[in-house]
Design a binder for this molecule. Structure first.
Ligand SMILES: [Zn+2]
Length: 342
């Protein structure tokens, strides 16, 4: 064992997902790394981070034998540092261009020619395809060729929210690793221990993260995220006392930015789910821990049945929007559905 491997910094540095790390460590130990992996799980759960850490481990030169990858990245060797800084010449990232609807076939063709080349520094040519479900059929079929006859030193790491979004022919050639939601206690302690977040805020973020560490980290790093949530919730809390004109104004404002409609509705759904809990005297189970006073107060006025009806109405609106109904009309209907508190 080298001194580098013994340094306290070595590690996957991933919160949770122990069983998934364990699976990969066993493959590394047995030197039976497959040619292609697919990491799946909900948005913001940490699929991309996971793929990057695995890529780093595959390229790490801090292990006892330079010819084989260690089971854990050392985080200090030149190769590890290059991966962490995003400039390792043998790690290639493929992601949908922001102005395009799909990953382009040209990107997959570039992958093919890169994978046929000898590695520049490392022992492997590693490709990460972020959001592999965003390949159109043409690009996916092009990728199949590489999956069917991979060069010996090539490893492809794909990420997607759900395996069902990929072609069965692609699925049959990748090893699937499913990342699952973390317990909120796990997220809370990680935020306190690794990010130095105080207890109260860590509890709030962990509750809102709903099992997704990536979301929690975003909330810590971007204060606007929580501030915006607070503004949204305050508007929402006032809605039952608002008149028709005001409600329609909000529907109009919300429908003007369709990108934001869904996240706002998700927030509302959580709010009304909390209202149902509060109405059932289960305030301690609510997610919006910083708004419990308002929740408790409104729950007594709204009542269980109305709170439940509202949660269903929001779900119905979300489903309707998925069917491409007119956003403004759907939101106006929802606004009229809102209980009235005087
Ligand atoms: Zn290393």
């Amino acid at each position: 064992m080298t001194a580098l491997q013994q340094t306290p910094q070595s590690g996957w540095n991933i919160t949770g997902h122990e069983y998934a790390i364990d699976r990969l460590r066993r493959a590394l130990a047995a030197q039976q790394v497959r040619h292609a992996y697919l990491f799946t799980g909900p948005e913001h759960i940490g699929k991309t981070l996971f793929a990057h850490r695995f890529a780093q481990t595959l390229l790490c030169v801090g292990g006892p034998d330079l010819r084989v990858a260690p089971q854990t990245p050392c985080n200090t060797c030149l190769s590890c540092r290059k991966v962490m800084h995003g400039n390792h010449p043998d790690l290639h990232i493929i992601v949908r261009p922001p102005d395009r609807q799909f990953i382009l076939i040209e990107q997959i063709r570039a992958l093919q020619s890169d994978s046929a080349r000898k590695t520049l520094e490392g022992r492997r040519n590693v490709f990460i395809i972020e959001g592999a479900h965003e390949m159109n059929a043409q690009a996916a079929n092009c990728l199949l060729k590489t999956l069917e006859e991979p060069e010996p030193d090539v490893v492809l790491l794909l990420t997607a929210p759900d395996p069902g979004l990929l072609l069965p022919t692609v699925l049959s050639r990748v090893q699937q690793i499913t990342l699952r939601l973390l317990a909120s206690t796990q997220i809370k302690s990680a935020l306190q221990e690794q990010w130095g977040v105080d207890q109260e805020e860590a509890a709030l973020i962990a509750a809102l993260a709903a099992g997704r560490m990536g979301w929690a980290v975003q909330a810590v790093e971007n204060e606007d995220l929580l501030a915006e949530r607070k503004v949204q919730l305050e508007t929402l809390a006032k809605l039952p006392t608002a008149g028709k004109v005001q409600r329609f104004e909000i529907a109009q404002r919300l429908s003007a930015d369709t990108e934001k409609t869904r996240p706002v509705l998700e927030l509302w759904l959580l709010w009304w789910r909390d209202m149902v809990l509060a109405a059932h005297h289960c305030l301690d189970l609510t997610v919006n821990v910083d708004m419990r006073d308002i929740l408790a107060q409104q729950a007594t006025q709204v009542g269980m049945r109305e709170a439940e009806r509202m949660a269903h109405a929001i779900l119905g609106t979300m489903e309707a929007l998925d069917q491409n109904v007119n956003t403004r009309a759907a939101l106006e209907v929802l606004m009229l559905d809102l209980p009235v508190i005087t």
